[in-house]
Design a protein around this ligand. Sequence first.
Ligand SMILES: *Cc1c(COP(=O)(O)O)cnc(C)c1O
Length: 424
Amino acid sequence: MNFDTNCLHAGYRPGNGEPRNIPIIQSTTFRYETSADMGKLFDLEAEGYFYTRLQNPTSDMVAARLCALEGGTAAMLLSSGQAANFFAVFNIASAGDHIVASSAIYGGTYNLFAVTMKRMGIEFTFVDPDCSEEELNAAFQPNTKALFGETIANPALTVLDIEKFAHAAHAHGVPLIVDNTFATPALCRPFQWGADIVTHSTTKYLDGHAAAVGGAIVDSGKFDWDAHADKYPGLTTPDDSYHGITYTKKFGLGGAFITKATAQLMRDFGSTPAPMNAWLLGMGMETLPLRMARHCANGQAVAEWLQKQEKVAWVRYAGLPGDKYYELAQKYLPRGCCGVVSFGVKGGRAAAERFMAGLKLASIATHVADAKTCVLHPASATHRQMNDAELAAAGVSPDLVRLSVGIEDVNDLIADLSQALELV
Ligand SMILES: *Cc1c(COP(=O)(O)O)cnc(C)c1O
C-alpha cells in the first residue's frame, strides 16, 4: 500500500463484523486456561498478551501502523518521547559506554543525556551537526555505541545531514538513531538515508491534536548487531533474565532490538502508554499526510511573511531560499519543512516577550507541532537549564521565538502576528 493508505489501514484490518476502528483494549491483564500457557508467554516461547505493562493489543496495532509508515521491521510505543529516547539509547549502552550526539537537539533530550544518563555512567560527546566528516569521526571512541541526531532539530530547526551521520556511524560499527519527531514519516523517512533506529515524541505531529503524550521507537532491522557482537552483548549473548534467550538468534535482526527493549526495559521501567492514548495516536495518524501538507504550506507562508517585517530581526525556516539548511531541506524534506518557524524580534528578549503577550489567536504553550498555532520562548522555558554557551551550541539565541504554525486559515494567523508585532 502507499503511504497515505497505510496511515488509515496499516496495523489493523477488521474481520467480518468486527469494529472498523482499532479497538481500545482497556485491560491490564489477559486470561489463560492453564499456567503452562502463560509460562510460554513469560519465556517468550509463544506470542500473546499477559500484562499491559509489557504489551497491549491496542498499542501494538498502532505501533505496527507507525512501523509501516517509517518502513521498519518492528516498533513499540512508549508513554513519552523522553522514554523513547532513553530506551533507544539504554537498550544498547550501559555504564562505561559512550554516545556521540548532535548538539542541536531537544532540550529535554540534552538534559536526559548530559545530566541523567551521565549519572548512570554513560558519557556523551556533543558535536555540531554541521561539522565536517573528519570532526565527526574524531568524536568516536572504542566504547562508542551509537550516534544520535534529530531530523529537524527542536527548536534550532537545523536539518540533519542523515547520510553524512549514517556514514560516520557505520564506519565505526555503530547504529545511527534519529529522532524524527518534527519531520514525521510524512516528510522524511530516515531509514531511506541510512538511519538504523528512529524515535518519536508522538506527542507532536503524529498525534497532532495535543491530546496525548507519547513516544515510539522503530527499528529498520538493517543494523547487523552480530557483525559487532562484542559491542552489543545484550543483543548477541544469552539473556539470563529470559532463560538464556539470545535476541538476535531468536528474533533475527528485524526483531531483536524491539523485543529486548520490550522484554527488559519495559518490564523494568514500565514506561508504557495507556491504551486510550495509543488509540488517540492511531486516530491522529489517519490524517497525518493531510495535516502535514497544511502545516508545511502555512509554515512556509508565515516564514515568508515574517521575513518581510521590519520588526523581525531574522527568520529560520529551512524552506526559505537562503536559509542555512535550504539545500539539506531540498534533499531530505522535499515535501516541506513542517510548521515550526523560529525568528527573532528586534529588541531581543524583552521585545520577544512583549510580542508574545500581544498574540490573541496563537497561545503561549509549552508545546509544538499540533493543529492549533502556539508559540514559545525556549530560553525561558524548555531550555532554561542551559547556560549561554550551551544555548549557543544548541542553536537557541535569547531572542528566539518558536512559532508552531497550525492548520488554521493562514490569513487569520498572519493578522494575529501582524497586530502583535505592532505592539512591540
Ligand atoms: C517533545 C520532544 C521530545 C520529548 O517528547 P515528550 O513526548 O515530551 O516526552 C523528544 N524529542 C523531540 C524532538 C521533541 O520535540
